[in-house]
Design a binder for this molecule. Structure first.
Ligand code: SF4
Length: 771
């Protein structure tokens, strides 16, 4: 009660329920016999619905990585592309309003080409039907609607909703960005978001905890981006799977809050469930600067009295990684995978060795990952050095502010003018080129020639930015991107190399300088970009989805399981990396996110056929050649259930639930892989698919397309409610009639077994509500 008295009414809905959380934490401590807890565990376990049930084993070693937690998140955020399906699913539940505060952010559907005014106008016109649908859902159910141009989901969340000790879900894989302000923020598919929106317990296997000990301090050219690009190189894209990453050590003090957000944002690139930081002075400064000083006061109080926002002394981590910031150097990651990490001092040599293009074709900064005031002001400090020396950028340069607040503040402080005076195109406050919405004019999508771009974004899968599979995206800090646009040469190391000036002199950049926060504070910018921060539901609002629409389609429930063993044919054996971009491509397909039938025509079109090396090609048993979705549709029409067999980290990348919805919609029943990315595996379970992993990876080599895979003990396993995982035996019948059995593993909890039986999680929620 004391805590709530210091929070003004307009901030109460945006403040974690600290009094309730610390009371829950004391129950947790009692159940766990006062075992020291990490920060991540304190936040997570204080959001348990029933600590006595979830923590019944009483010992962390029997909980981490083993027990399923039933959690009650504080809020939900949804971006426009994924919100459509989340809300279409929520609508089927028939509730008048959401159970927790929620927000919708129109950011993914905005094109990046000519700059804000033109791009925003054309994107609003193109996507009007979808934006109207999202807005009417917001009005009907009392969800904040952040319209097109207001900013990128994660930046808006950081500026407005994230807070130390908060637990939230977001229908986007980079939701962990909010961990930069000490929250536990987890990226999920729309069906998971519906759990929180309907007040259904949200389930998560208790993550293991990885500690990252930051020693020394950042300085010179090194930025928070380099911490995470370096870490991605060390851990690889699978290294964080099943972990929450928790940072600690004296090095944390040299980071800004927005820098911590950059690091947490890209925890998604190592597959971590989420990442977070203990409460810092930098958090307090950021909260005050973003007009939430009262939340900082409450956080101070809850931390000093109960130690809620930091790990206990002697907390144990399942794994610890040390990074010495004094020795760190800027890193450049790519191409095509975020874990191929090269220190800047070796990048020129790596370029030659790998025969990457010697010249850069564009530089892009901003996005949800790196568009803080600090990022922008450091970039400007380099631009001013170059300007003073008479240099002009050698390649196109794009800047994406993360929100209207950032854009307006850097405009007030003259940064936008400096960018534009030096040739930069300032794009709308939206995802734009980061999500395939870059309407690139200098190089066509179908160009066969390789080209290289430097970006401060977080992801670099093929065709991610401009739809061109031959564009190599190298991820690095905004500082390095900015310096590189003046050289245009992949061999240039701005820390030591010089650029020849027209007068023959050598110009060398000095390390960038920037302000952590704007000296004059943030200004909100244009009022039209702000929603009602305390929206009320209006049940009378009608949501119209035209049956003729190509953009939106009401959902038909999937059929429940028929109680029999599954008998499925291998439609495709996938080779190598298969991310959600391969399974459900973005770019031009983003426009169909609300129309399951239309978007399903993109299913697995980026996947490579193991047997032929071809992309988007599958063969029927009669040898006829098809695109992958074509064969799926053909088999669906023949009532022939199918499966896909693939390799490691299947479904890596985004939280895109279409990567699970579309295969299910087209008649898929089982996905069998060497390993899954966490969010995608959950999405498959939510849509009633059977996700299995090989018990013996070598069995991947024994299976071919056309083979029939039959479960042998599925009914038994289901009768035992899954036991939170177990073995499923598959009988394999080769096309020549040979048969053998292999062992596979599932990780389904009791609830997830119920989703499978019901045909999907949404069907299951409906069953519960009707019961
Ligand atoms: Fe948008 Fe890119 Fe951030 Fe995703 S990663 S939210 S597409 S800016």
């Amino acid at each position: 009660a004391n805590l709530s008295t210091i929070i003004p009414s307009q901030l109460q809905a945006r403040t974690p329920p600290y009094a309730k959380l610390v009371s829950k934490l004391s129950q947790v401590k009692e159940i766990l016999n006062n075992q020291p807890l990490t920060l991540a565990e304190k936040i997570l376990y204080s959001h348990l619905l029933n600590p006595a049930e979830s923590l019944k084993h009483g010992n962390l070693s029997q909980i981490r990585g083993l027990e399923y937690l039933k959690l009650s998140p504080d809020r939900v955020a949804m971006q426009d592309a994924s919100a459509q399906m989340a809300l279409l699913q929520f609508m089927t539940c028939g509730l008048p309003s959401t159970a927790v505060p929620a927000s919708i952010h129109c950011d993914h559907l905005i094109v990046g080409k000519d700059g804000e005014s033109k791009d925003l106008k054309s994107s609003i016109a193109t996507n009007k039907e979808v934006f109207d649908f999202l807005q009417s859902c917001g009005e009907k159910y009392g969800i904040q609607f952040w319209g097109p141009g207001s900013g990128i989901i994660h930046q808006i969340v950081l500026e407005n909703f994230s807070a130390p000790g908060l637990m939230m879900l977001g229908t986007d894989s980079h939701t962990p960005n909010a961990g930069g302000l000490g929250a536990i923020a987890i990226g999920v598919g729309g069906a998971d978001a519906v759990d929180a929106l309907t007040g259904t317990p949200w389930e998560l296997k208790a993550p293991k905890i990885m500690g990252v000990h930051l020693k020394g301090q950042l300085n010179g050219w090194c930025t928070p981006k380099d911490i995470i690009t370096y870490l991605a190189g060390e851990l690889t894209v699978r290294g964080g799977t099943g972990y929450i990453v928790e940072y600690f050590g004296e090095g944390v003090k040299s980071l800004s809050c927005t820098g911590m957000a950059t690091i947490c944002n890209m925890g998604a690139e190592i597959g971590a469930t989420t990442s977070t930081f203990p409460y810092q002075e930098a958090h307090k400064r950021y909260l005050i600067s973003t007009h939430r000083g009262a939340i900082a006061e409450a956080a101070d109080e809850v931390n000093s009295k109960f130690g809620f926002l930091q790990a206990d002394a002697n907390a144990s981590y399942d794994k610890i990684v040390e990074i010495d910031l004094d020795k760190l150097e800027p890193h450049v990651n790519g191409p095509f995978t975020p874990d191929l990490s090269t220190p800047i001092s070796q990048f020129g040599a790596a370029t030659k060795e790998n025969q990457w293009p010697e010249k850069l074709s564009a530089g892009l900064i901003g996005s949800c990952t790196n568009s803080s005031y600090q990022d922008m002001s450091r970039s400007i400090s380099l631009i001013k050095q170059a300007e003073a020396a008479g240099l002009k950028p050698k390649i196109p340069f794009f800047v994406t502010p993360g929100s209207e607040q950032i854009r307006a503040t850097i405009e007030r402080d003259g940064l936008i003018d400096t960018f534009q005076d030096n040739g930069a195109i300032v794009l709308a406050n939206a995802c734009g080129p980061c999500i395939g919405q870059w309407d690139r004019v200098d190089i066509s999508k179908s160009s066969q020639e390789t080209n290289a771009i430097f970006t401060s974004f977080n992801r670099n899968f093929r065709a991610r930015n401009d739809g061109n599979r031959n564009t190599m995206n190298f991820l690095t800090s905004p500082d390095i991107v900015t310096a590189m646009i003046y050289s245009g040469d992949m061999n240039f190391n701005p820390m030591k190399d010089s650029i020849k000036l027209p007068n023959g002199e050598d110009f060398k950049f000095q390390p960038p300088q920037g302000a952590e926060l704007p000296g004059k504070g943030f200004i909100p910018g244009r009022a039209e970009f702000y929603p009602d921060l305390a929206p009320q539901p209006h049940p009378e609002v009608e949501i119209n989805v035209s049956p003729e629409s190509t953009r939106l389609q009401l959902l038909e429930p999937f059929k429940p399981w028929n109680g029999e063993e599954l008998k499925t044919s291998v439609l495709l054996k996938v080779e190598g990396k298969c991310t959600t971009d391969h399974i459900s491509a973005a770019g031009v397909w983003l426009k169909y996110k609300g129309h399951l039938e239309n978007i399903s025509y993109n299913t697995l079109i980026g996947a490579q056929n193991k047997e032929t090396g071809e992309v988007n090609t599958a063969y029927d048993l009669d040898g006829s050649k098809h695109t992958i979705p074509e064969l799926m549709i053909k088999w669906k029409n023949q009532n022939k259930p199918w499966n896909v067999v693939a390799e490691h980290n299947y479904g890596e990348g985004s939280a895109r639930e279409h990567a699970a919805l579309s295969p299910k919609f087209l008649g898929g029943e089982m996905i069998l892989v060497k390993s899954f990315a966490r969010i995608h595996e959950t999405n498959l379970k939510k849509q009633g698919m059977l996700p299995l992993t090989f018990a013996n990876e070598a069995d991947y080599d024994r299976i071919s397309s056309g083979d029939v895979l039959e479960t042998v003990n599925l009914r038994d396993m289901i009768a035992k409610d899954g036991n939170n995982g177990g073995v499923v035996t598959l009988r394999v019948t080769k096309t020549n009639g040979e048969t053998f059995e292999i062992q596979t593993k599932h990780t389904m909890s009791k609830d997830q077994i119920d989703f499978f039986k019901a045909g999907s999680a949404i069907n299951h929620i409906g069953n519960l509500r009707r019961a």
